[in-house]
Design a protein around this ligand. Structure first.
Ligand code: B12
Length: 158
């Protein structure tokens, strides 16, 4: 086994590989092609991807992040509830000590009235997101991901 393991509670978790990114929807959202798109995009950036799929319960997101210790968590929502779901989920994740420094971003169609307001975006960032990407802002997301350890820019520089 190449990765170090250590005890955590009643289970055994792997130390972060630095190359795995979790892509996920949140509990209310059943759309899936957005996740397929993100999985391909993140792979193109040089990462391995674990795609948790649609309608992911908060508890499953928490346990997957704690056990896999990914390089980043990418949340996607397009059903219009992303702002509310995102606020709830990121506060829960940030309350877990192991996940306080995990890069967490969200994107998609996050509100019901078009793009989020600057105030709503600021609230999501204040609640714990490292990036909030409107659906038209894939370039900014690519830039963010490429600066993470394990991303393509790091590999090219090696
Ligand atoms: C197919 C579809 C469905 C299917 C989904 C089937 C499936 N297996 O995915 C079904 C019928 C189940 C469905 C249901 C609903 N849907 Co629907 N659906 C669509 C539709 C027509 C296409 C979505 C799609 O697959 N797009 C293709 C993918 C690749 O594109 P995308 O999802 O837009 O994602 C892009 C960007 O948003 C961005 N992106 C997404 N996530 C992220 C994350 C990051 C980090 C970044 C950088 C970018 C990013 O990148 C992607 C590529 O550009 C859209 C309308 C449309 N034309 O977009 C409505 C749409 C998303 N649905 C909508 C709604 C309202 C619903 C329902 C609430 C309808 C209802 N009353 O029941 C339910 C919600 C169900 C639920 N619990 O979530 C609305 C959402 C409105 C909003 N956000 O304000 C839309 C926009 C339709 C509309 N114009 O009103 N839907």
């Amino acid at each position: 086994m190449s990765e170090e393991v250590r005890a955590y509670g009643n289970s055994v978790v792997e130390e972060p590989s630095g190359r795995t990114v979790i892509v996920s929807s949140m509990a209310s959202d059943s759309h899936t092609w957005n996740l397929v798109y993100l999985e391909l995009l993140v792979r193109e950036l040089g990462f391995d991807v674990v795609n948790l799929g649609a309608c992911v319960p908060d508890e499953l997101l928490e346990s997957e992040c704690v056990s896999r210790r990914p390089a980043m968590l990418v949340l996607s929502s397009v059903n219009g509830h992303g702002y509310q779901d995102g606020l709830r989920v990121v506060q829960r994740l940030r309350a877990i000590p192991e996940l306080r420094r995990l890069p967490i971003v969200i994107g998609g169609k996050l509100g019901t009235g078009g793009p989020l307001s600057d105030e709503q975006t600021a609230e999501l960032l204040f609640a714990g997101f490292d990036g909030v990407f409107d659906e038209q802002n894939a370039a900014a997301f690519r830039h963010f991901a490429a600066t993470l350890p394990g991303g393509v820019s790091q590999l090219e520089g090696a």
